[in-house]
Design a protein around this ligand. Structure first.
Ligand SMILES: *Cc1c(COP(=O)(O)O)cnc(C)c1O
Length: 434
């Protein structure tokens, strides 16, 4: 049917982009009833994004943790543009292409431990879904089905149903709790509970896998824990024949100071999930890698042992090329120097403000620093505080999105010392004024 020409789209020239947005868009993680007007961004360059009026914002949260090399990176842009006119996409069952193969060839050797195969999807949640399916079906294919899953309290692994199930129960999952599958949640390990956790794990029966965010639980509030205790948990899992899944969706590609957080462990995971920084923040792509041990459990003449999972855009060539370009930049010594520089500057700032009476706690892992605001016990003040802080920093041209009373800096590695100092100064003045 040919649409009525009066219904054809003509942007209302009397409305600005924010107003047009309000008419047609439903934004993520946003109560639309009283949402603040969404800021129209027209351009990005390095750590900055610019609005319609030319106001500049420092992207101090790397646009939800994805952007590691800065916005509109010319090298990534060029590689993506070249690929677009060669091959934009092709079905990935029955067909393959150079960018997907090359990316796997380059990624596998730099991952912690010995990872042998890459399975592509298109975001962090789907990378987690695939990891869970691999583990559950692994045991099924072996003829010893196991259905229980172990995860951390306060974990965050994504927003699809499987990923939500292995995430801590929270306001994010509340509406769906009755439909989420049963998962056993354990505390983050520390000096006091580690021996208890180890003996608990060694007594577990019927547990298919343990999924964890290594060293730092992101959405849960940037909660950090020590590598040596995680190492001990992994070794307990190994002894209890529990497969281990490292969700490095946030921690991957330099975020924690090493290329991957699991590099800091002696025991290595069986499966690794990657996304966010993978394409340098250019476009969506997810990767689930596994060992040959897991892969081989799916090789069979029995069709039922196949991993029946795939997405329309599996291994999109443009996203793979963006990832290859991002890897080129990541592996430069200059990038590692930037990571170390950010890490060192955060450490100095931490010492400067840790005794401030409004700083309830402050912690750092690599390029991430998180500050917990003292709120007393008033929960109403707490929810208000989050909005006050968010607005305070926006006004100063800084994008910081507090998780409740926790503000964190998670910047692109190219951020300059001057911009970091500007953010630190804004946090210091917020400690006095907010
Ligand atoms: C963001 C995140 C996910 C989900 O990734 P999406 O691309 O948003 O689906 C999964 N795990 C961790 C640790 C994350 O930080």
């Amino acid at each position: 049917m040919i649409p009525d020409s009066s219904k054809l789209h003509t942007p209302d020239s009397k409305l600005n982009l924010t107003e047009r947005d309000q008419k047609v868009i439903w934004h993520p993680y946003t109560q639309m009833k009283n949402a603040l007007p969404h800021i129209p961004i027209v351009r990005g360059e390095g750590v900055y994004v610019f609005n319609e009026d030319g106001k500049r914002y420092i992207d101090a949260v790397s646009s939800w943790w994805v952007n590691i090399h800065g916005h509109s990176h010319p090298y990534i842009a060029q590689k993506v543009a070249e690929q677009l006119s060669v091959l934009e996409h092709v079905i990935f069952a029955g067909f393959t292409h150079e960018p997907a193969v090359l990316l796997a060839e380059r990624l596998l050797p730099i991952l912690p431990g010995k990872q042998d195969k890459v399975f592509y999807t298109d975001n962090g949640s789907t990378a987690v879904e695939v990891a869970l399916k691999m583990c559950l079906q692994y045991w099924d294919n072996k003829g010893t089905p196991k259905t229980k899953i172990l995860a951390f309290k306060n974990a965050y692994h994504g927003d699809t149903f499987g990923a939500m199930s292995v995430s801590g129960r929270s306001i994010f999952t509340d509406a769906f709790n009755s439909l989420l599958f049963d998962v056993e949640f354990i505390d983050l390990p520390n000096e006091n509970n580690i021996s208890h956790l180890i003996s608990h794990i060694s007594n577990l029966k019927d547990t298919a896998c343990f999924i964890f965010e290594p060293l730092i639980l992101g959405s849960g509030g940037m909660l950090m824990y020590e590598a040596k205790y995680l190492d001990q948990l992994l070794s307990a899992c190994k002894e209890a024949a529990i497969l281990t899944i490292a969700d490095e969706v946030m921690t991957g590609f330099g975020r924690t100071g090493t290329y991957f957080a699991c590099e800091k462990l002696t025991n290595k995971p069986d499966i690794i999930c990657l996304s966010k920084g993978l394409t340098g923040g250019t476009m969506p792509l997810g990767v689930t890698t596994c060992t040959n041990e897991i892969f081989e459990a799916f090789l069979s003449d029995d069709k039922l042992k196949t991993l029946y999972h795939g997405h329309s855009f599996t291994a999109n060539p443009i996203a793979c090329v963006a990832s290859l370009a991002s890897l080129d930049i990541l592996l430069k010594s200059e990038t590692l120097q930037n990571i170390k520089r950010v890490e060192a500057k955060h450490a100095v700032f931490l010492e400067e403000i840790k005794m401030h009476p409004k700083v309830k706690a402050i912690r750092q892992t690599g390029t991430i620093i998180a500050i917990e605001w003292e709120t007393g016990n008033e929960t109403s003040y707490l929810s208000n505080l989050r909005n006050l802080l968010y607005a305070y920093f926006l006004d100063k041209g800084i994008i910081l999105r507090p998780l409740g009373n926790i503000i964190y800096i998670l910047p692109p590695y190219v951020i300059s010392d001057e911009d970091l100092d500007y953010i630190y100064a804004a946090i210091k003045s917020a400690l006095e004024e907010v």
